[in-house]
Design a protein around this ligand. Structure first.
Ligand code: GLU
Length: 473
């Protein structure tokens, strides 16, 4: 290893082939939080060299997802496709230095090589026939064939690194081929671009999914050949679905933006993803700031995490409860519009207060919007349940209530007094009044305390709704 980095610089390096999924978001979060924890720099790099599969829409989806989660990069986005000249430059330098070489093997030769090795029961690998060695004469390059460029991987010894997550890992160089770093058309290959970028961007810590563990020894060898300061690597295990299989579309929402649509708060998703494969004592509900303060790269689990939708909902409820009512109202208003309430402000209902009252039980903003709907949409028709609940004494009590409601101060306390009075005067038990009142007012049998919901419905509207369901005296 050549020295070590003094500045913490991390990166998130997605390939833009689809939306930002939950696994990618967690990788981004860990890299971001690690940089924040150390007062370092978080870099976004778009690995778009797979031109067939990369799309501008996917780039946008990644940027949107990161913005929604609040994981803004300090540098970037950098696009690999815009760095081709740089990769070519480094390849030229490596050819010059002898750490890379041209290989003229044709597809047919490679196939024959593989077949022969397999027939001998050996692991298929490039046999190094174009690899320059001291005292060795190489074949004459065939004419009219464009060569690939291979990295001259060390033959002996081991590549070892102390993985932040997995601990010490060691691979014998004998296991590694001379990797192709540029194709015959001159385009650099994936592992090579990653190496040049990590080097140029002075990445100190590579935090990524453990599907990349196999790339790491190759990348380390190339970095070492370039004389680069090596980053530290941390490979985070995959996320599995509740059934233990690799997380996929089959398990429901895997795009981060789907969680926004479903009514999850970014703070809750951050909290959830943070805990998905990492722990800090028994802390479950915490803020982004707390996570940053705690996340030093230790305590990342070595085994795959299991996605648990119920836990995410539970956390979301906690974060909804901790959110200011006005901020919730701002999130809920557009959802009410989606439900057909053109102008929630025009109704005279204090949406923030409604959110404050209802948030206790809501797992998502969408549920909050759905339960807030009862303030904006009067029930229509008389259901069987209402019919059954409207006993003669209940009707009498409700009529008394309506009559007095015209003049009672429209607040919880006064309304509670009036409810009690109407109930007692007609010899009822509370539910015998509460049930028909709720059905008349909100079309549902259950709500928070009647005086609380009533006080948030404008007086005129409450009286109108009660009268609409009570036959005239
Ligand atoms: N582009 C790779 C991916 O999307 C990540 C490469 C890396 O982090 O080194 O999986």
């Amino acid at each position: 290893m050549t020295g070590s980095h003094t500045q913490v610089r991390t990166r998130f390096a997605p390939s833009p082939t689809g939306f930002l999924h939950i696994g990618g978001a967690r990788t981004a979060l860990y890299a971001w939080a690690f940089a924040r924890h150390h007062g370092g720099t978080f870099i976004l790099r778009i690995e778009d060299t797979d031109v067939e599969r990369s799309t501008p829409e996917a780039v946008q989806a990644i940027l949107d997802g990161m913005r929604w989660l609040g994981l803004q990069p300090d540098e970037g986005p950098f696009y690999q496709m815009r760095r081709m000249d740089r990769y070519r430059e480094v390849i030229a330098q490596m050819l010059q230095a002898g750490t890379a070489y041209r290989c003229w093997c044709s597809r047919e030769e490679l196939d024959a090589m593989r077949a022969a090795q397999e027939a001998r029961g050996e692991k298929p690998r490039y046999d190094g026939r174009w690899r320059p060695e001291a005292g060795r004469t190489l074949p004459q390059p065939p004419s009219g064939v464009a060569p690939v460029i291979r990295f001259r991987n060390p033959r002996d010894g081991v590549v070892a690194w102390d993985d932040l997550v997995k601990g010490p890992i060691e691979i014998a160089n004998a296991e590694l081929d001379d990797l192709i770093i540029a194709r015959s058309d001159g385009t650099p290959t994936y592992n090579f671009c990653v190496v040049v970028d990590d080097w140029d961007m002075r990445i100190s810590h590579v935090i990524r999914g453990d599907d990349h563990v196999n790339n790491t020894p190759r990348q380390i060898n190339i970095l070492a050949a370039l004389g680069a300061t090596l980053p530290r690597y941390g490979h985070v295990p995959m996320i599995h679905g509740p059934d233990g299989q690799k997380l996929s579309k089959r398990h429901g929402a895997v795009s981060v933006m789907q969680y926004q649509a479903d009514g999850y708060l970014p703070e809750a998703v951050i909290n959830y993803l943070a805990r998905l494969g990492w722990s800090h004592g028994d802390a479950e509900v915490f803020s982004r700031e707390q996570f940053v303060a705690w996340f030093d790269g230790a305590h990342i689990s070595r085994s795959p995490a299991r996605f648990d939708f119920d836990k995410l909902r539970w956390l979301n409820n906690h974060h909804i409860k901790a959110t200011e009512d006005a901020a919730l109202a701002a999130e809920v208003a557009p959802r009410l519009r989606d439900h057909g309430i053109a102008d929630p402000d025009a109704s005279g209902v204090d949406l923030a207060a409604v959110c404050g009252l209802l948030k206790e039980r809501c797992g998502t903003l969408e549920e909050l919007a759905e339960s807030a709907m009862m303030f904006f949409l009067a029930p229509h028709g008389i259901s069987d349940a209402l019919q059954a609940a409207l006993s003669a004494p209940a009707v009498g009590a409700l009529r008394d209530f309506v009559a007095a409601a015209e003049s009672v101060p429209w607040n919880r306390e006064a309304l509670a007094g009036l409810i009690r009075q109407s109930v007692t005067a007609h010899g009822l038990k509370m539910p015998q009044f509460g049930l028909p009142a709720r059905l008349l007012l909100f079309g549902r049998p259950q709500t928070p305390a009647l005086e609380a919901v009533l006080s948030l419905l404008p007086r005129e509207e409450a009286i109108r709704r009660l009268r609409a369901g009570l036959a005239p005296a």
